[in-house]
Design a protein around this ligand. Sequence first.
Ligand code: GTP
Length: 389
Amino acid sequence: MSTMAGLMSLVIGALLLGLPGRYAARIPGLRAWGCALLMYALGTASYLLNHVLPTGLATMPGNALVMFGFALLMAGSRRFLGCPKAPGPMLWLCCISLGVIAFFQFVVPDYRVRISVFTGTLAFIALAHLRLLLRHGQGWASRFMAGVLGCLSLVMGVRGVLTWWVDRPDMHIYMPSSVQGAYVASYAFAVLLLGVGVLFMATERVRVEFEHMATHDGLTHALTRRSWMSRAEAALADPGRPLVAVLMLDLDHFKRINDAQGHQAGDRVLATLARVMADALPPGAALGRYGGEEFVILLEGHAAAQALEVAERLRQAVQARALGCTVSIGLALAGPTQSPQTPLDALIQRADRALYRAKGQGRNQVQQAGPAERDAAPSPLQAAPQSRP
Ligand SMILES: Nc1nc2c(ncn2[C@@H]2O[C@H](COP(=O)(O)OP(=O)(O)OP(=O)(O)O)[C@@H](O)[C@H]2O)c(=O)[nH]1
């Protein structure tokens, strides 16, 4: 069982080390996880050195590789989860434990102390790792890993305590014993599951990143037009929906920035603007890039006065940032419509007309769609898309 787990760790470790070359985006922690699993595989192999070395000398490298491998596995999770704290304390713990094990191996031989210190150290690292995942991890893969670590620390804890009843000081790990056999089998199985767990976490991260890339605009990180539209459609189709409002924003005289400073400077302005808006938006609001320098925002559960307040706050936030341009905003609230269009298209069209009015009345202002923007009136944008006043 433990040889099997060692082999599987070798394969999974190599896979994790090879993944960064195949996947362009950075997934922090992959290298540490891969090396940790390779250390575990090497540790398992080095326990077999008892055929050529005295027992004590054969177990020490194995113990060291497995312990440091566990600490490295946790360091990998820290990096993966973006927790900057250094793994120093775990490394010190491993060094001290190995010193104690060596003392009770070569100076005052006592198998029970060695077992307790080894399993106690691994249980401690597993519990610290579990705590890290519960605090910072997200998704089912993280919870799977946390569950495996919980089981592993339980196995370690039980073995570390049982040794004082079932073992003698002069024993060693190569002596056949049903308790040691059950412990090695469950421990090896747990390590195997840990390898599977980190692979799950890495692939889950890749999936989440691809999903993000498919639904978010690469420059501004706002939702793409399509994903914003489907979110807005879902909000409008919900029979128990709260009030829905749409804001349509357009940068004022943005062309001048492009013309004067170049498109790259224009891109930076767009990216900053999206960040400024995202920071100023209330929780739950959905920001989308409608196209070019036009953005849309979906607000749910906001009455007219609150939605106007949000729009005005956005306008002021952009102005205060002194990006070299301001925004005009059109606001429309969902309501009954006679339009042959879908409710969302009708809502967007009304917000667009209000935006057109904001442009016509001097820009850098918020206008709310009112009686002037009835469903039947032709959209100024539809009539002349490039000819805002
Ligand atoms: N840098 C950059 N420019 C863009 C992007 N998308 C659209 N634009 C530019 O946005 C400008 C829009 O210009 P216009 O439609 O004339 O509007 P405007 O200059 O903002 O003037 P008003 O809307 O009337 O206030 C054009 O110069 C487009 O090239 C983009 O992704 N990056």
